[in-house]
Ligand binder design. Structure first.
Ligand SMILES: Cc1cc2nc3c(=O)[nH]c(=O)nc-3n(C[C@H](O)[C@H](O)[C@H](O)COP(=O)(O)OP(=O)(O)OC[C@H]3O[C@@H](n4cnc5c(N)ncnc54)[C@H](O)[C@@H]3O)c2cc1C
Length: 320
């Protein structure tokens, strides 16, 4: 499926929209992997994004929405349709309520809250990616996730902009209603925070950042954890009894534990490797491909299934 010239021209005429035919998606993913997009489109306003989406729909071509590409595996063949990205980045504050547009970096929001002396996001320091995707995947770390702070999410449901509260977002561990409705596009989020001394927040964020930078060096081409952890209480008893208590955190059995038992650490397939210090961290050592990455992921899932009868679920999202 190719994007017709007429569609390209229509998109090119939309204010605040920049188009790039054939853009390599490897330049838009942290893995550094992914072939060309039929058309790569960045919208710097919500109106521009809505209009671009309308044109994409009318031209009957597949589209995909991406954020900063830090949790994506894009096919080596790329994505023949339209890849859309919303780049609105404004962050504003009304007392303890902070509103961020979807394209803002999560780290910018975290820093904004810390500087404003507002507690509640500092444990998310160092999680790469955009605010929109953080809501989509209910991002979190160190025992907290964004859902705890969400007051309202504004999104485009394909025909109108709607706003829903946290309960309606159906947040769970790395899940939200937006994962069930992939055509709902998050435009902004309002988070409710609590006053706290900025110095205290800064100190706690700096401690977290130090640990994270050791685990994920900034140049590492990866997506953080490949697989979701498992809710311990939901595991079959036969598996529960094999998991040492010391590895259970916040009621979750880390996927890394099971992966380690099947010899994942240090495994490689072409240019793709599993970190030798963390079994749930896969990275592109230089010239890896999506094919190699997918094969390695399948092999890891097969091994865990064979040994424990468990189906690991990817946290990463696939495009193409
Ligand atoms: C080094 C490293 C460490 C990480 N550590 C963590 C961690 O500790 N905790 C954690 O939770 N995650 C972690 N991640 C994963 C990643 O940071 C998150 O998943 C992040 O939220 C992805 O943001 P993104 O903008 O890059 O989204 P992308 O990877 O571009 O997209 C992810 C998904 O979000 C959807 N999406 C993007 N924008 C929107 C929108 N506006 N509306 C609707 N859907 C949208 C896309 O369609 C896609 O399915 C880590 C990743 C890396 C590389």
């Amino acid at each position: 499926m190719t994007v017709r010239q007429e569609t390209i021209e229509r998109l090119d005429r939309i204010p605040n929209v920049a188009i790039s035919p054939g853009a390599l998606l490897s330049h838009h993913t942290r893995f550094g992997i992914g072939g060309p997009a039929g058309l790569y489109v960045e919208a710097g306003s919500e109106e521009g994004f809505r209009e671009a989406l309308r044109v994409a729909r009318e031209s009957d071509i597949n589209y995909a929405v991406i954020g900063d590409g830090t949790n994506l595996i894009v096919s080596d063949k790329g994505f023949p349709g339209i890849v859309l990205r919303l780049t609105t980045r404004e962050i504003t504050r009304d007392g303890n309520l902070v509103r961020a547009e979807a394209g803002a970096e999560l780290q910018t929001l975290v820093n904004y809250a810390i500087d404003a002396g507002l507690r509640g996001l500092e444990t998310m320091t160092g999680i790469p990616g955009s605010v929109g995707a953080a809501v989509y995947g209910n991002a979190g770390a160190y025992g907290h996730s964004i859902d705890e702070r969400v007051r309202q999410v504004r999104f485009f449901d394909g025909s109108a902009v709607r706003a829903i509260g946290a309960a309606e977002c159906e947040f769970r561990y790395r899940e939200s209603i937006f994962k069930q409705h992939k055509d709902w596009i998050i435009f902004s989020v309002a988070v409710h925070l609590e006053p706290a001394p900025p110095e205290e927040l800064r100190k706690s964020a700096a401690g977290i950042m130090k640990i994270r930078l050791e685990k994920y060096p900034p140049t590492m081409k990866c997506a953080g954890s490949i697989f979701k952890n498992l809710i311990f209480a939901e595991l079959p008893e036969s598996v529960q009894s094999q998991v040492p208590e010391r590895v259970i955190r916040e009621g979750k059995a880390p996927s890394a534990y099971f992966l380690e038992q099947v010899g994942a650490k240090g495994m490689r397939n072409g240019g793709i490797r599993v970190a030798d210090y963390h079994a749930n961290l896969i990275y592109n050592a230089g010239d890896g491909t999506a094919r190699e990455l997918r094969l390695l992921i399948s092999e890891l899932k097969r091994r865990v299934k064979a040994k424990f009868g468990l189906e690991l679920e990817e946290e990463v999202q696939y495009v193409g």
